[in-house]
Design a protein around this ligand. Structure first.
Ligand SMILES: O=C[C@H](O)COP(=O)(O)O
Length: 335
């Protein structure tokens, strides 16, 4: 359905070639327990709205290639597998440098395009930093005992320090779910604040593991507490929970981001992650962000997809846009 065309669609600002913007970091604020307690989430209303999103609003066909290219520029291209090797990470980094073939980029009028970041386990950070040297693409490390976050706290903090020392510019931490499930907001705040401090200049994404938080109200409150404690981004999932990024969770988290900005003036980034593997779903997320937060969030400093297999489908759709035919999936096997 090509229903709602917007000014942004028409002016072509969906293209990936935009000047880099950098918001001031979120310095956080003291924990405000009254604010946290006042946060509610109307689950049925959120679910109803989320259910209408995929069909209600879509990107006009002539702008789809530009939006898909934008989606590529927002991917944290990820490999988080027990059998990761230096070779796999180097191939992924080569893909990050050139995520779409030059032939397709020429045809859609974009001379170059890279992903937002490469995301790996700590042990692979040095390899990724070396493989991306000179590209300007940051390396993100998942730290703090990813994915469960249940290793001793001092080791989780030390892991952050080691990833930063190895060259990671972004750290994806996992929160202690039990602090949320027991309503111990002070403990969550303190943990988050200490992890942020350990990151130094590296930006910190707080993974909430929303599939393990029980309710959308918990998701909303945990989002707020992590932002109060200085998270630069809030991220849905590790990709390892049984339920990862969903539209209801996304609506809940981006509304928390909106409320935080309204109250503090500070923009916090959003990263849905886990199970996002189709170009169509990526476009739904982009229209959701555009609707709820506005165009400013559609930039790599405020939005990322955490995804290990989304790029392959976007490439296929871009190829179809250019040639009118779909290529075989195996041609885009890496991403
Ligand atoms: O942070 C990123 C996620 O682990 C990626 O999950 P995925 O493999 O389902 O795309």
């Amino acid at each position: 359905m090509d229903t709602h065309t917007t000014d942004t669609d028409r002016t072509g600002t969906a293209g990936a070639h935009l000047p880099q913007l950098h918001e001031p970091r979120n310095e956080g604020m003291p924990l405000d327990l009254d604010w946290v307690a006042s946060v509610q989430a109307n689950t049925s209303a959120i679910e109803r709205r989320a259910a209408t999103l995929p069909g209600r609003r879509s990107v006009k066909k002539e702008w789809q290639a530009a939006w898909l290219a934008r989606a590529v520029s927002l991917i944290d291209l990820t490999t988080l597998a027990g059998d990761d090797t230096d070779g796999r990470v180097r191939r992924l980094c080569a893909k990050a440098r050139q995520p779409v073939s030059p032939r397709i980029l020429d045809a859609i009028g974009l001379p170059d395009l890279t992903v937002g970041a490469v995301c790996v386990y700590h042990d692979m950070v040095a390899t990724a930093v070396d493989a991306l040297d000179g590209s300007g693409i940051p390396v993100a490390a998942v730290s703090t005992g990813f994915p469960a976050g249940l290793s001793p706290f001092r080791l989780r903090i030390a892991e952050i320090g080691e990833s930063v020392a190895a060259g990671a510019k972004e750290i994806d931490i996992v929160i202690s779910r039990r602090h949320v499930l027991t309503g111990n907001w002070q403990a969550l705040y303190d943990e988050m604040a200490e992890m942020r401090a350990a990151c130094g200049e590296a930006h910190v994404k707080a993974i909430l593991a929303t599939g393990e938080l029980g309710t959308l109200r918990n998701v909303a409150r945990a989002s707020l507490v992590c932002m109060m404690a200085g998270a630069d981004f809030i991220k849905t999932s590790t990709g390892k929970e049984s339920v990862n990024a969903t539209l209801p969770v996304s609506l809940t988290m981006i509304r928390a981001i909106r409320d935080y900005e309204a109250r503090t003036g500070v923009k916090v980034g959003y990263k849905p992650a886990g199970g996002i593997s189709k170009a169509k779903d990526a476009l739904t997320y982009l229209t959701l962000i555009k609707d709820e937060l506005g165009d400013r969030w559609l930039r790599p400093d405020l939005f990322r997809f955490g995804a290990s297999s989304l790029l392959g489908d976007i490439e296929r759709q871009l190829e179809h846009h250019v040639t009118g035919a779909y290529s075989a999936g195996w041609r885009h096997a890496l991403a």
